[in-house]
Write a new protein. Sequence first.
Lengths: 209, 279
Amino acid sequence: MLDALLTTVAALLSLCVLSFLYRENPFYRFAEHLAVGVSAGYWVIILYNQSLTAKVLEPLKAGNPLPLVPCLLGLLLFARLFGKIGWVSRIPMAYMLGVGSGVEIPLILQTYVLQQVHATMRPVGFTASTYANLLIALAVICGIAYFFFSTRHRGAFGAVTRVGIWILMIGFGATFGFTVMGRISLLLGRVNFLVGWAGMAFGGPPPGL
Amino acid sequence: MAWHERLLAIDRRVLYALIFLAVLIPSLLPIGLPIKVTPEVQRVYDRIDSLRPGEILMLPLEYDPSTAAELEPMALAILRHAFSKNLRVLGLCLSSTGVTLVESEIAAVAREYGKEYGKDYVYLGYQPYPAVVILTMGENFRTPFPLDYYGTPLDSLPMMRGVRNYNDVALVFTVNATSGIDFWIIYGQGRYKFPFGLGSAAVMATNYYQYVQSGQLFGIISGLRGAAEYEILVGKGNVARKGMDVQSVAHALIIAFIVLGNVAYIVERRRARRAAAAG
């Protein structure tokens, strides 16, 4: 019974959201505001339970004073609100920047740049195993050339940049195609849910989300 | 009003209604169109299939109800493959709004295969700040997750005895619709070099294919299409497969919209040019 009731609430809210396709209306706005409110409340509870309670209050109760250090650093950030001692907020800021840069710069350079560049430098040729590498290398060069604005896109260089535009367009087209597929999948999920909800009236089981 | 003018002035709500019908009708009356398995999905299947019984498959399932329609069939197919091969599954969810959804999915598939919690699978649940969680799990799973989702200390679960960090799992495969994919690539695979595979929402897939080329991912399953391919390989489940009929019909309709819209636009532009030339 409870399942059926909750499913009906979810179905009605789904219909409220879908009603936007007809035009903006109070039912849609109600569902939208409800989603924002519930999300905010949910996040507050999650952060209270998983961060403040689990990472600070419980260790403190167990006699571990270390969580006070990040708490103190966090509180120092608010010093910016008080003119004379505003400089104090630079201490936690410097800590965050230092740790963040130290952890992120080498890893991002390694994963996003070096390994990707390395993957472009493969044996090229016209055999079955190497033609894809050749295609990738040419596409990368032409794509990058399009973003080189220190010289006019004319002559041979202009031809390379035009190929670069085509490469970019193929990429955008693939992304658009995947996006359409994703959105249709989500609509299908809602349609299946609503069909299942309607089926409950004929004795069917409540559908999943 | 000429035909092309009527076409250009058509109410968008008519198009919405047609798309709705294109989704509804094939979902009620499946056609059963053929689906071909792509090499990227085959690689994921082969990699998981090559694991020995008892090895641990780490499965971060990071999505929520808003993307479940696309990623749930994928997660279920992977779970069925893992449990049918008697792999042990270490699940978690670093998306706060998907924690209970993922828990119910893992538990349902585990029941299907008669698996026992704590011995055959463990669910760690959720912790905030995914980048930090992924980094610290490289030292010890117990640092971000001293307790599992149900509040049990990890050391008291038979499966977790001797399982300390990524070195003790055979591979990591995430089904993910969040920015957490980048965190896994940078702070997980990039830092600890474990074998890593990805199942992503279709809308994000093109951002990650290059990581297969570079070897940072051993394979990628993208969207409902990828899930349908995996269902075929596993030989169980047909949610995604049925969905592909809908995709095909809806895509054909959208292509027809694009072609008709462009034809009408071109005809109208020619008509306007001729009218301007005639003064």
